[in-house]
Write a protein that binds this ligand. Structure first.
Ligand code: IPE
Ligand code: IPE
Ligand code: MG
Ligand code: MG
Ligand code: MG
Length: 291
């Protein structure tokens, strides 16, 4: 099977499931409108896709992971809404349309984010059929103050003159890598995978997380704004010293590719299967993508 066909097929399922759970949870009025606005604007759906791919890699019925996969996308979407706020990155476009606060005002954007975060867990605990204790704890930890939010606060508050590659790797791990670990190793925990394979997947996710954020920072300089769906030059506008700024574009690309090589080395320890092959090929897409 071609990895691209598999990805397209799963994206369709993810989009259906997002809307299914939005209806099940009976949101209402302006809040519902704002939640749907950001969720349905598109997005690559990488985190739920990786959770579904992980389920297949582990030989599990992928339907068990759907609620967990949608929870991941709720949390990720909330993180983008808040990341774009004037008090954070102050960006006007996201996923090809005006950001939530531009469209609805700041109060509604903050609250839509709050609901997406909190109700990601309502959804998981109401509809999840896997190991809620292990999976829920992994997901909450990855999103919280010792996970993604920790990365965001470092990113917002570290003085630009103090940034170096090591510090950036640390920020990038927390702000981006943690949610990718939740998508893969967290999904494995939810599916009761053994600790040996979960540890391999956690290390895999760590490495693709670093590569993913370096690529995001490169695209902030090199991408076509229309295709990217968010402003190009946002980091420069804020004088953010990202990887390509500190080490140059070519060297940043090499670093990202290096992390992908490390990630693929982790997967070599897993038994061969069509899903392992798809995960290998998807790893390359993380750095080759143009949006
Ligand atoms: C953007 O994530 C934010 C980062 C963690 C770098 P994505 O590039 O996955 O954004 P969408 O979901 O496709 O919009
Ligand atoms: C933010 O990184 C990662 C999140 C946790 C949302 P960026 O600020 O670089 O993400 P974009 O470029 O706005 O998507
Ligand atoms: Mg940011
Ligand atoms: Mg941003
Ligand atoms: Mg960025």
């Amino acid at each position: 099977m071609n990895w691209q066909d598999f990805y397209d097929e799963k994206k369709k399922i993810i989009n259906e499931k997002i809307n299914f759970y939005l209806n099940e949870l009976e949101f209402d009025g302006l809040l519902k409108e704002a939640m749907i606005y950001s969720l349905n604007a598109g997005g690559k759906r990488i985190r739920p896709f990786l959770a579904i791919l992980t389920a297949n890699l582990l030989n599990k019925n992928e339907e068990i992971i759907y609620p967990y996969a949608v929870s991941l996308e709720f949390i990720h979407t909330y993180s983008l809404i808040h990341d774009d706020l004037p008090s954070m990155d102050n960006d006007d476009y996201r996923r090809g349309i005006p950001t939530s606060h531009k469209r609805f005002g700041e109060a509604t954007a903050v609250l839509a984010g709050d609901a997406l975060l909190t109700d990601a867990f309502t959804l998981l605990f109401k509809y999840g059929n896997g190991n809620l204790q292990r999976g829920g704890r992994f997901l909450a930890g990855s999103a919280g103050g010792r996970g993604m939010i920790y990365g965001q606060i470092l990113d917002c508050n570290i003085k630009e003159k103090d940034r170096d590659i090591k510090i950036l790797d640390n920020i990038n791990y927390y702000k981006t890598g943690c949610m990718l670990q939740a998508a893969i190793a967290g999904a494995a925990s939810f599916l009761d995978a053994g600790s040996e394979i979960a540890d391999i997947l956690n290390e895999y996710a760590y490495n693709i997380g670093l590569a993913f954020q370096i690529t995001d920072d490169i695209l902030d300089i090199t991408a076509d704004e229309k295709e990217l769906g968010k402003p190009v030059g946002s980091d420069a506008k804020q004088n953010k010293k990202t990887y390509p700024v500190l080490s140059g574009l070519e060297s940043a690309k090499k670093s990202a590719a290096g992390y992908i090589e490390k990630a693929k080395k982790c997967l070599e320890k897993i038994n061969d299967s069509v899903y392992k092959k798809i995960m290998m090929e998807f790893s390359d897409y993380i750095v080759k993508r143009t949006y």
